[in-house]
Design a protein around this ligand. Structure first.
Ligand code: G3I
Length: 343
């Protein structure tokens, strides 16, 4: 056999296990002892590869954008829920659940609310939540009612339209309105950097305690877990332990593990950092009492689907934060997840 033929055969041989491995990934949702979710946009329903991956590997969808006030609330106060309906119908057709995201967010307050004050504002605030949650009563079982209420440095609640008009009470008001609209739904407060910033985590947990003490129907905390491979070892475990101490449900709600690391632990092969992070995340979530585990949601299916590679976050060097690569192939991160889930 001449040298070229030998090299070609060797290359084919080397590729074979990798290719064989590509198809060896079991449905991730069957490996997980808790619900495994991903986020979704209506546009993705026309992408057969996304549909195949999402319906094979995940059991719950979180609307990435089209159930948020920015899309739903029209300037005249009417609700545009056409795409939220499409996401709910798609999930139903594929035997998937939907996690409602999100009702109240500092980042999106709608033209309509800026025209109101006082009692009219308060009534409209409750009416918006009744309108959205009520439409999916009995269908959407879990909601991010308030998203990202705490300042990044953890010093206080964010100063936003909701706190300016209603004070901190807006949190309890939103939870109460959602509960009125669907008494069976589990209602959460969702925030990010709870692993990176212990002070922010502490402030969020204090808010949760105040809300509970006031008798508001808070059932869980969403910890978004948008991290990078160099997230300090142990930070995720500490965050989950702290949050679990409240006794509420915990949703690890928006997982991605960015490759844009400042201080890689594995300087030689930084991708190993991602494997370390997913191992810690799954091991730490296994340690959360089963009754408190609402599940883990990845913020996208394939790397190009990630918000980190789209919109204002667009970066020069594409990020690789998710489980499947740009061709829809499972990455080592996906295989590490299976290993960690079964550990
Ligand atoms: O697709 C529409 C396009 O048709 C329209 O012309 C254009 C007009 O602005 O908007 C496009 O939609 C964009 C949408 O993403 C879908 O791509 C919105 O502009 C853009 O604001 C939206 O960004 C989303 C962002 O939240 C703000 O809602 C990201 O996809 C989404 O990943 C991101 O997710 C957030 C979580 O909700 C909360 N935690 C942080 C996380 C990342 O920021």
């Amino acid at each position: 056999m001449n040298r070229r033929a030998l090299l070609t055969a060797a290359a084919g041989f080397c590729a074979a296990p990798a290719l064989a491995q590509q198809s060896s990934l079991p449905p991730l949702k069957s490996a997980a002892p808790w619900p495994l979710g991903t986020c979704a946009r209506v546009l993705q329903f026309d992408d057969p590869q996304w549909v195949a991956l999402a319906t094979t590997h995940f059991s719950r969808l979180t609307p990435e954008w089209e159930m948020k006030m920015e899309y739903v609330l029209l300037p005249d106060g009417s609700l545009r829920l056409d795409r939220a309906d499409q996401i709910v119908n798609f999930a139903r057709a594929h035997g998937m659940a939907v996690h409602g995201h999100t009702l109240v967010w500092y980042a999106e307050d709608g033209v309509y609310f800026r025209k109101l004050t006082g009692d009219a504002f308060r009534k409209a605030y409750a009416a918006y939540i009744h309108g959205v949650v009520g439409r999916y009563r009995g269908t959407i079982k879990t909601w991010d009612v308030v998203n990202e209420p705490i300042l990044d440095d953890g010093s206080a609640l964010r100063d936003c339209l909701w706190t300016q008009q209603l004070g901190e009470d807006h949190v309890a008001l939103a939870l109460t309105a959602a509960h009125e609209a669907d008494p069976d739904a589990l209602l959460l407060i969702n925030d990010y950097n709870l692993e990176y910033t212990p002070k922010k985590r502490a402030t969020l947990l204090k808010l949760a305690e105040r809300v509970l003490k006031a008798g508001a129907p808070l059932h869980g905390i969403g910890t978004q877990t948008h991290v990078a491979g160099d997230v300090p070892p142990g930070a995720i475990r500490s965050a989950l332990r702290d949050i679990a101490s409240l006794g509420l449900k915990i949703h690890v709600s928006e997982v991605d593990i960015s490759r844009h690391e400042q201080r890689p632990v594995n300087a030689v092969e930084p991708r190993l950092d991602q494997l370390r992070v997913i191992d810690e995340l799954v091991a730490a979530y296994h340690e959360v009492p089963a009754a408190q585990r609402l599940g883990t949601t990845f913020w996208g299916v394939r790397d190009p689907d990630s918000w980190l590679n789209n919109g204002h976050e667009k970066r020069l060097i594409p990020d690789e934060p998710l489980l499947f690569d740009r061709l829809g192939r499972p990455k080592p991160l996906a295989r590490e997840l299976v290993k960690a889930l079964k550990a």
